[in-house]
Design a protein around this ligand. Structure first.
Ligand code: GLP
Length: 241
């Protein structure tokens, strides 16, 4: 695991965008695994800026997002489908047909998750997987547990994740209680992994991810076993390391 310390959020975002941009320049038909949350928004903005200048071409790229709330339509403003269009896809030259997000609108979770596993496997798994980290160490929506999860599955969100994500909804009651997420094993199949983290409220999770025991109680700790994982984090997120 490589740890890159940055001065602030902007610096973290630019460095992460540099790595993704290099990936796409070196392999124009890259398969990217993408994440939602506030943390990667600056990275997406930077990439969109470079794309507008012609420095980064997404026309042959395909993307697979980590997760989606169960029960939200693709047009729901809080859905991750909508988030990805608004924060990234609408601002780059990607073919929307090549973008994929688990189908939270499908109530049949077995079918929705199996289908997503199939398409991610058919794509050969991401060349580069971008990840944020939850305050409790979750990746995707893989919450602390007694085992590491495998493929795409339905999860019941923990109260701490519901509380953390409620800032994006009008009221905590509106936060869906369930989600579909790529499993930890699938995330580990990515050929390279890039984790972004900023802010003091991530400091405990970042320490557990990088230096704690490899333990499903901190799902991100498994990344210590990945052979090509880079963590880009600002001073505040690294303040307890
Ligand atoms: C959500 C997403 C995660 C993300 C996490 C942290 O739970 N499912 O993929 O890493 O939030 O989000 P933020 O970057 O807003 O702190």
């Amino acid at each position: 695991m490589r740890i890159v310390r940055t001065t602030d959020y902007k610096d973290m975002s630019r460095k992460a965008a540099n790595i993704i941009s290099a990936q796409v320049i070196l392999k124009p038909d890259s398969v990217l695994g993408l994440a939602t949350g506030s943390t990667p928004i600056g990275t997406y903005r930077q990439l969109a800026e470079w794309c507008a200048k012609g420095d980064c071409d997404f026309s042959h790229v395909s993307t697979y997002n980590l997760d989606e709330y169960r029960g939200l339509s693709h047009d729901h403003v809080q859905s991750y489908h909508y988030f990805m269009r608004k924060n990234f896809f609408d601002h780059i030259n990607i073919d929307l047909a090549n973008t994929h997000v688990p189908d939270g609108a499908n109530p049949d979770y077995d079918a929705a998750c199996a289908e997503y596993d199939r398409i991610v496997a058919d794509a050969g798994y991401p060349d580069l997987q971008l990840l944020g980290i939850g305050r409790n160490g979750h990746i995707g929506f893989n919450e602390p547990d007694s085992v590491f999860s495998k493929g795409t599955h339905m999860v019941n969100l923990t109260q701490s994740t519901i509380d953390a994500n409620s800032r994006l909804f009008d009221s905590p009651d509106e936060v869906p209680r369930q989600a579909y997420t790529m499993g930890v094993q699938t995330i580990m199949y990515a050929h390279s992994i890039l984790v972004v983290a900023n802010g003091e409220d991530k400091a405990d999770a970042v320490r557990a991810m990088c230096f704690g025991p490899v333990d499903p109680q901190c799902p991100a700790s498994i990344l210590q076993l990945h052979t090509n994982c880079t963590v880009i984090a600002d001073e505040a997120a690294l303040s307890k390391c």
